[in-house]
Design a protein around this ligand. Structure first.
Ligand SMILES: [Zn+2]
Length: 267
């Protein structure tokens, strides 16, 4: 499939090329050519692919940031996100086996397929709305494991704890910037946080910033609240994550908890 990376040209003809999309493009090119990304990035002082320009053109994706630049960014993001990485279980898409009624299985299979494809080329936001035990965390963890270090999986509860800690230790600005610019954010359990006004404002600021550049900062949100509750409790968040022009919204309706169906998931 031919995909084009978003490029904005300034008045002097200098391009700003999406770094996140460049990363996913290189990842796919290397996968198709069966080579490691690390091995493709030049170890020479001057990159042999871009000769130091930092950008290259490809048939498949058009203009893209060179892999030398992309790998630098990857290292930088790996370090920046490390303090916020929670424990992600080894859940995979293959290990996600839809359960329940025929309709339930169909819906779960559809969401799994959608999210799996999304991890290859995340050009939209995804919002999963469903009660506890409907498999949302498994799917987010599978996405995190599939994408690797460019993705940050964090629960609302953990982000809240990080925010309080950052306030106490005076690095809130740094935390906000890191969350705003995480290449891929997988935000689980929205609604499980205690939700003081301060925390809500901080989280909303993060999402507002990402929302302004949705292609550069693809985001998945999972919430236990139903759509109406999201709108009532966190109206400004609702305006972002339920905006169908940028987000694919999946209500997990009619899914009974996997807990009621025996061990269908690896927990
Ligand atoms: Zn290069």
């Amino acid at each position: 499939m031919i995909r084009r990376i978003q490029v904005d040209w300034d008045v002097e003809g200098n391009p700003t090329i999406s770094m996140t999309q460049s990363y996913f493009a290189w990842r796919e090119l290397c996968r198709l050519r069966n080579v490691q990304m690390e091995a493709t990035a030049s170890r020479m002082e001057v990159c042999t692919l871009c000769h130091g320009d930092g950008i290259v053109q490809s048939d498949e994706y058009g203009w893209m940031n060179c892999i030398c630049v992309v790998m630098d960014r990857l290292r930088e993001k790996k370090a920046a996100l490390a303090p916020y990485r929670g424990m992600v279980r080894k859940n995979t898409f293959n290990g996600f086996r839809p359960w329940g009624s025929q309709e339930s299985r169909k819906l779960l299979a559809e969401i799994k397929k959608h999210l799996k494809a999304w991890t290859i080329w995340p050009d939209r936001w995804v919002t999963l709305i469903g009660e506890v035990g409907t498999g949302k965390s498994h799917l987010l963890e599978a996405a995190a494991n599939e994408i690797g270090p460019m993705a940050l999986y964090i629960s609302a509860f953990d982000l809240e704890a990080h925010i309080y800690k950052a306030v106490r230790s005076d690095y809130l600005g740094q935390l906000i910037l890191t969350m705003e610019t995480a290449p891929v954010l997988l935000y689980d359990d929205m609604g499980s946080e205690h939700g003081s006004e301060f925390v809500n404002d901080t989280v909303q600021a993060i999402f507002m910033s990402r929302y302004q550049r949705p292609l550069e900062y693809p985001t998945v949100v999972a919430t236990n609240l139903d759509e109406e509750s999201v709108r009532n409790i966190q109206p400004r968040m609702a305006d972002r994550i339920l905006d169908r022009s940028i987000a694919d919204v999946f209500p997990l309706k009619g899914i009974v908890s996997w807990r009621a169906n025996g061990p269908t998931e690896t927990r």
